[in-house]
Design a protein around this ligand. Sequence first.
Ligand code: PMP
Ligand code: GLN
Length: 381
Amino acid sequence: LNPIYAALPTTVFEVMSGLARHHQAVNLGQGFPDDPGPLDVRQKAADAVVNGWNQYPPMMGLMELRQAAADHYRHWQGLELDPETEIMVTSGATEALAGALMALIEPGDEVVLFQPLYDAYLPLVQRAGGIPRLVRLEPPSWRITEEKLAAAFSPRTKLVLFNNPQNPTGIVHSREEMQLIADFCARYDSLVVSDEVWEHIIFDGRRHLSMMSLPGMRARTVKISSAGKIFGMTGWKVGIVMAQPELMKVLGKAHQFLTFTTPPNLQSAVAYGLTKDDAYFEDMRAGLQRSRDRLAKGLSDLGFPVLPSAGTYFLSVDLAAIDPKLDDEAFCLNLVKNHGVAAIPVSAFYAQDAVRSVVRFCFAKQDATLDAALERLAGAL
Ligand code: PMP
Ligand code: GLN
């Protein structure tokens, strides 16, 4: 048995969703919307299965999707990408992350990661032979500072694994924080694997800034997107990877022996979806922002100290002010068993020195679902 994998617990998302089913709880844990997603995009996928081509699509992805992605990211993020040499389709962002780390890391290379971190990152880095250099971020700002980066970077830093907008905190790191990372990457000749799966879920009139668009970062960034997030259909495992041609060649080598391809019907439906007009994406954002505000207000009214959320499907509460001894995991277990609401303890996203007072809730739900959760939460503090 590989010791890294043998020692891993089951992911907190699976554990909490299992407990939610068992206790018939309202599930605000694992991040997924409770509506079925855009009908026209689903119809495209269905039509493609019935009428179309169900054999292996090209290894790097359907050209219609790679072209649609090039157009989409030019329009939304000002990126100029060659669909032939700089865009690849993978089976979800998860495959893209695994492949990028396998392809870019040599054993002993150091990888800078920010805690709290999306739970797949650390085992993938370690399995690829990377040495994690963890930067610990703290509530309420979760800010990245020059001092923290200086302590983490070294001449052995191969890459930074960066996630923005950030899961689980729901923060959006500023241009200044991103520029600091870019400056360190230039100084140490490092790459950034930039997990931007939440790029469209960003609130209060802000626009997403891709790491790739910062000065000097075009050639140093592997940008990763996820159609599952863009269209709120998280079971659709369609990832989009963008990088300059030299990097893309080796990323393609990893992809060819991980999954090789991604179902063609989903690819053609995503290609169609990416061409939707601005109003579609603005409406999606506005709807999620309303849900964020509904849950934030409801939680505040009940006395939960709510932290700001600027993007993603998530907001969190910091219970330290209510009870300094509180343990987020114990709190969430009690919540799901005795109050019928599932949430995620943020300590699960730390490898060491965990912050243990923060609990994450998913607000990508119908009003009735949020209200039902709030009703049950009324007695939980
Ligand atoms: N990265 C982050 C930060 C995520 O939140 C998620 C999904 N929740 C993923 C990657 C995985 O995306 P996919 O489902 O496309 O594999
Ligand atoms: N990304 C989702 C979340 O953060 C869940 C992903 C998963 O279940 N692996 O809740």
